[in-house]
Design a protein around this ligand. Sequence first.
Ligand SMILES: Nc1ncnc2c1ncn2[C@@H]1O[C@H](COP(=O)(O)OP(=O)(O)O)[C@@H](O)[C@H]1O
Ligand SMILES: [Mg+2]
Ligand SMILES: [Zn+2]
Length: 275
Amino acid sequence: MALTNISKFLAFRRNTETREGMCPEHGPFTEYKLPTGNWSGCPACFDEREKRRKAAETAEARRIWRELEVEAAIGAAAIPPRFQDQSFDTFKVCSTEQEDVLRACREYVAHWPAMYKQGHNILMLGAPGTGKTHLASALAVAIIRAGGTAVYTRASAISQAVRETYGNNTGRSEKQVLEGYVTPELLVIDEVGRQLGTDADKRVFFEVVDMRYERRRPTVVVSNYSMRDFREAMGPAMASRLLEDARVLLFVGPNMRLDSRIRQAVKTEMPSKSR
Ligand SMILES: Nc1ncnc2c1ncn2[C@@H]1O[C@H](COP(=O)(O)OP(=O)(O)O)[C@@H](O)[C@H]1O
Ligand SMILES: [Mg+2]
Ligand SMILES: [Zn+2]
């Protein structure tokens, strides 16, 4: 096979016109007249061009692969669809408090390898509608984009998942379910508050936080509680575990959820205003 190719090539060269050329970069070369009528040009230049083209192709292929991986990871992170497109960039800053919490989240991502290594937690506290879920989701997405693994969940979803193992129809044990919340490098637990109603709910939440604490895995805990209520609800042992190496972010401001609904209502009720 190779031999016939070589003899074909030699026949091509015997029958084909050649001329000497001078490449400003590679010096003298012999070029061939191609069947198309064009001259083949400097072979060294040709090789370099090919190399660059192949490198660009693989870099582009790698970029596309990476983007697909990121998209899949964001999908697997279980971030509520409403928040998947929310980012640090869409978080409006109208007060120094909002500026502080946004900056803290950006810094956390910028120093992710160190934050991960130290198992540095974040506690987000604040009234409803102040953007906690918005920033917690944006943080999870940003960590994934930075190459980490992150999962979003609600406190109630953890106890729900554990309860589902009791009938044993899922084929998963409680331990396996809890393990699933310990594996991701970053876990966001949203809506930790009065939802932790029963002792069983509390127990599984504590279990997850404990397991992550023991493995030094960072956790973002999001709650509507005030700092005092949070400490009281957690109890001193759990509170100190969560706060041992943690940044507390206090969200203050108007209820943006209400705000956007009011704005929406105003828009639909007063179309004449734009005239
Ligand atoms: N600073 C902000 N900039 C832009 N949108 C915001 C901001 N704060 C809240 N929102 C939006 O308001 C709504 C309620 O915010 P959310 O994060 O769900 O509040 P919380 O989790 O604190 O109750 C969401 O749609 C969110 O995107
Ligand atoms: Mg929320
Ligand atoms: Zn050349």
